[in-house]
Ligand binder design. Sequence first.
Ligand code: ATP
Length: 213
Amino acid sequence: MTQEHQSKIPQATAKRLPLYYRFIKNLHASGKQRVSSAELSEAVKVDSATIRRDFSYFGALGKKGYGYNVNYLLSFFRKTLDQDELTLVALIGVGNLGTAFVNYNFSKNNNTKIEMAFDVAEDKVSQEIGGVPIYHMDDLEKHINGNVDVAILTVPSAVAQSITDRLVKIGIKGILNFTPARLNVPSNIRVHHIDLAVELQSLVYFLKHYSTE
Ligand code: ATP
């Protein structure tokens, strides 16, 4: 996303962009020309008032009884999400979770790609998984030099901060952190934290305490 867009669109709206994009892309592929906020709301499970507010930031003005123009939205999302530009990703820690991500490799997103992976375990280093080479952590600085913008962290949490420090030093701009560790980074580095264990626990908690049935 460009600086210009970042300063205009609120962060919560920006986070929903990829969700909207995926749905609009499918609509476009099925030949649909327009979509109402109610249809969108049902499909992406975001309430329609939020959708209307989000879309007003995109300059997309839906008309009553007509809805939004699918072509317009598609080209807006493509441009805003930099779909024509490939962002290379490095994955650190090829354990159970890391291996699954490398195999999956986000192949339905055509603008992100896990280009290389790193580990310290001798039996993993020098292997390839789904065409992605696994290098030793000692060679991190050698392989990542300005070519990779994003790192996925699937290492034990005890080593997460020291690895993060190295990643920051070599110019990584964004980190998707799957470890439970809270990372300290300079303000120009973006960290998105996904703690699967916490998410699962909170889901179970909500089922128990907020269930409507
Ligand atoms: P997961 O948590 O992904 O299911 P796991 O239980 O298989 O993984 P972990 O102990 O969490 O294993 O380690 C994840 C991966 O991180 C392992 O492949 C391990 O070799 C690797 N790893 C451990 N320390 C480091 C390090 N300092 N740098 C890079 N990789 C590391």
